[in-house]
Ligand binder design. Structure first.
Ligand code: CAP
Ligand code: MG
Ligand code: MG
Length: 494
């Protein structure tokens, strides 16, 4: 064993003597096999407050996030103690603690909201810690089988759109708010007529008096019919169904489903954090034949790297897949306008896309592939028949959830992001990137399509722009403005 781990071990031995009997009940550094299928595993970055050491604080966190509270209670039973979460590993140098949660703790029937109430619930408010961030989670396959996972996936959307080997090209209608229903639909039409595949409501779009929900749906349908007829291509619109209450959400879904849209031509968008996990799971269970689009507005309060409390983009994205989102925004790895990095956003994107992939600390396999099944394991790792495995034997695992790549992208940044991502299996939605084009939305859509063509033909966009004027105008506009933005950031920093 290395000197460092020797040191870590002897330090831990010393810390163990500091624990009281209550804390000892939530710690087992000799847990025989954390991956035996009984536990959800979590790893936290934890800094204790001044009057506790990391082991004491970790035990208090394990107590409060499973069966306990701040004192041992007389009402405990032998059985309740079996459900105690256990701190099973500690890295003193990096302030990391691993906690195993017996997943029998959780509400049966696949309730994601209930898990989160434990593992990112009260503990984020406890005095015992001055930093607590859930960095990664690991689900045993015995637990995975209890949860829905996605039903309608990007593979289904690709089949509907007949779009393969490139990202699905989308936009968000801008201005974010303020267009009337017919003005909104006009912009949808311009984007689709320009060759775009996918339009989404912006995350706050709902039933505003100047753009009544039913009217917006009605005009979008007409705009879509017109664009499909003119282009001969299928189109998709993602409607925000986030609502004040369950009944209104279902009513909005039914307005859409009764507006004459073809199956596959609409998706349901849910503001997963502000509308909540119950809304997401309700949509997944009620509408398994619809793409469920998780918008993560307000995730920054938990995920920003400057924030010592919360959870990672990876954790959010893994739970979105577990709960059944067909796609979730995973960030632009810093290429666009939002904070992010490849270490955060790309790791999250790959973990929700692939059947097995490395997270920050855990290797997650989303399917139960028998160890002996060598060729299946080979295929899973190639991931080439991912959808087939899951289509035929959905018991085997959780279908893919697709990354939705948005915030601040424009056609000149498409290749930059694809190169960082390393694949094209995602939906991109560009708002300003399309509607700020000097010649308007339709030209913005054409420029996006041309940027994608250039990528597919392995031609630099500046060369491709020589014979594609909309792309040329986009490059001139966005590259000039990028300099201005960088200058303003630089001057702010100066
Ligand atoms: C993007 C967007 C999205 C953000 C969400 C916006 O518009 O519509 O909500 O992308 O961020 O309102 O900002 P632009 P993320 O394309 O004009 O930036 O995708 O990181 O969750
Ligand atoms: Mg309580
Ligand atoms: Mg938005």
């Amino acid at each position: 064993m290395s000197l460092e781990s020797e040191k870590n071990k002897s330090l831990i031995k010393k810390l163990l003597t500091s624990l009281n009997s209550h804390q000892k009940a939530y710690l087992n550094l000799n847990l025989k096999d954390p991956k035996n299928g009984e536990y959800l595993l979590c790893i936290f970055h934890l800094i204790p407050n001044k009057n506790l050491n990391i082991l004491q604080a970790a035990a208090e966190i394990a107590a409060e996030s499973s069966t306990g509270t701040n004192f041992q209670v007389k009402t405990e039973t032998k059985f309740s103690r079996e459900l105690n979460a256990r701190v099973y590993q500690v890295d003193l140098k990096r302030n990391l603690v691993w906690i195993a949660y017996p997943w029998r703790l959780f509400d049966r029937g696949g309730n994601v909201q209930n898990i989160l109430t434990y593992i990112i619930g009260n503990i984020l408010g406890m005095k015992e810690v001055q930093a607590l961030k859930l960095l990664d989670v690991w689900f045993p396959s015995s637990m995975l089988e209890q949860y829905d996972g996605p039903s309608y996936t990007i593979d289904d959307m690709r089949k509907y759109l007949d779009v393969y080997n490139r990202p699905i090209l989308g936009t968000i209608i801008k201005p974010k708010m303020g267009l009337t229903a017919s003005e909104y639909a006009e912009v949808c039409y311009d984007f689709w007529a320009g060759g775009g595949d996918f339009v989404k409501n912006d995350e706050p779009q709902a039933d505003q008096d100047f753009c009544p929900y039913e009217k917006m749906v009605y005009y979008v349908k007409r705009a879509m019919d017109k664009a499909v007829k003119e282009t001969g291509k299928k189109k998709v619109h993602s409607f925000n169904v986030s609502s004040p209450d369950f009944d209104t959400m279902i009513k909005r879904c039914e307005i859409i489903r009764n507006a004459g849209f073809e199956k596959g031509s609409y998706a349901f968008l849910i503001d997963g954090i502000t509308a909540g996990w119950m809304a997401l799971q309700t949509l997944r269970r009620r509408y398994p034949d619809v793409f469920i689009h998780f918008h993560r507005a307000s995730h920054g309060a938990y995920t920003r790297s400057e924030n010592p409390f919360g959870f990672s983009v990876l954790v959010l994205s893994k739970f979105a897949r577990l709960a059944g989102a067909s796609g979730i925004h995973t960030g632009t790895a810093g290429v666009g306008k939002m904070k992010g990095s490849p270490e955060e956003d790309i790791v999250a994107a790959k973990n929700i896309l692939n059947l097995s992939s490395k997270g920050h600390f855990f290797e997650q396999n989303w399917g139960k592939i028998p160890e002996k099944d060598k060729d299946l394991i080979k295929l899973v790792h190639e991931d080439s028949i991912h959808h087939l495995i899951l289509q035929d034997d959905s018991w085997r695992g959780i279908k893919k959830c697709c990354p939705i790549i948005s915030g601040g992208l424009n056609p000149t940044l498409l290749k930059t992001f694809i190169d960082i991502m390393g694949n094209v299996d995602f939906i991109t939605t560009m708002g300003a990137g399309v509607h700020a084009h000097p010649k308007g939305t339709r030209a913005g859509a054409i420029a996006l399509v041309q940027a994608c063509e250039a990528y597919q033909k392995k031609i630099d966009i500046h060369d491709y722009a020589k014979s594609h004027k909309e792309l040329k105008e986009a490059i001139e506009f966005f590259e000039k403005n990028k300099k201005n933005i960088n200058e303003s950031i630089r001057s702010e920093r100066a």
